[in-house]
Design a protein around this ligand. Structure first.
Ligand code: CU
Length: 313
């Protein structure tokens, strides 16, 4: 099917990228930072074990990349099991603060994005679909590490640039917050599961209080759980499903947001309505954690596609 073809192409792309990277590195006496390739760790959307905070190596490789000002950073989603973003800015738990320097938006498996930095400094970034995925790009003046003097000058310049960037970022963030308040409320939900008492316990962790939603779980094309008009007073809601997923018969979980607000007061609900988040329960992963940002339609479409990609080679 078309799916297999996509995977094959992405694998070839990765090999090529690695080969190209090695070839360009070999002849340089000094470390060449005119280009750097960053990729995503396989299954980083399903498990947080890659995160440094969980003792992992980081969910992007390399997790700290160095590039010259004017160099090319190629960001590629090499994870065959999911969609990811490289979004500049920082994230605090569920709360991302994009700084608008770059945003790949949703990259399907095999997709790439290029960014050419124009300013020295440290640029943090994260995946807006899986906020445990974080990385850093260190942008330095060309040949900054050729000698210590240049390095010092670059460091001073970088510090100045960083201060200026921080100022700009703060202004942008403030503007963004104002914009967001006027626009729609962002809603994220993390879906995780555990096997409990011969069934499956689904835990939903919302980024907002008072989320109204529909929850449906299907297995083998059969509905094993279906409730509409659910309300989560707290950020966490749990539901017991009377079925256990397996590799052959995974359970597909679907959450549809209805709006945010008190039950019975639909007219005043805010937030995204009708946006869909899916996750798949397969025991080999133990607890599956998937976080979804329900703002842009494209990410929702992409996430729906992700659950179909899960049964893989
Ligand atoms: Cu991701």
């Amino acid at each position: 099917m078309g799916l297999m073809k996509t995977k094959a192409i992405s694998s070839i792309f990765v090999l090529f990228a690695i080969a190209a990277g090695m070839a360009s590195m070999a002849p340089a006496a000094f470390a060449d930072h005119s280009e750097v390739a960053i990729v995503t760790v396989d299954e980083s959307g399903f498990s947080q074990t890659c995160a440094a905070s969980q003792g992992g190596p980081g969910c992007y490789t390399p997790v700290t990349a160095t590039v010259d000002v004017g160099g090319v950073v190629t960001m590629t989603n090499t994870d065959p099991t999911g969609v990811h973003t490289f979004t500049s800015g920082t994230v605090d738990g569920f709360a991302p603060s994009p700084d608008l320097v770059f945003d790949t938006s949703v990259l399907m498996s095999g997709d790439s994005f290029e960014w050419i930095p124009t300013q020295a400094g440290e640029q943090p970034y994260y995946c807006m679909l899986h906020t445990w995925m974080i990385g850093t790009i260190i942008v330095q003046e060309v040949h900054a590490d050729d000698n210590a003097e240049a390095e010092e000058a670059a460091a001073a310049e970088a510090a100045a640039a960083e201060a200026a960037a921080a100022e700009a970022a703060a202004a942008e963030a403030a503007a963004l917050v104002a914009e967001e308040a006027a626009a729609d409320v962002e809603l994220m939900v993390m879906i995780s599961d555990s096997q409990v008492m011969g069934g499956t316990q689904i835990e939903l962790e919302f980024s907002e209080l008072h989320v109204n939603y529909d929850l449906t779980a299907t297995q083998n094309g059969e509905v094993v759980f279906e409730e509409t008009g659910l309300h989560s007073m707290e950020v966490i809601a749990t539901h017991q499903i009377d079925a256990v997923g397996s590799d052959e018969n995974p359970i597909d979980v679907q959450v549809v947001s209805l709006g945010i607000g008190a039950p019975g007061n639909e007219d005043n609900w805010t937030g995204p309505v009708g946006q869909v988040t899916t996750a798949q329960v397969v025991p080999e992963f133990g607890t599956i954690a998937m976080m979804v940002l329900a703002v842009a339609i494209i990410s929702i479409v992409a996430v729906t596609a992700k659950s179909r990609v899960v049964p893989r080679f």
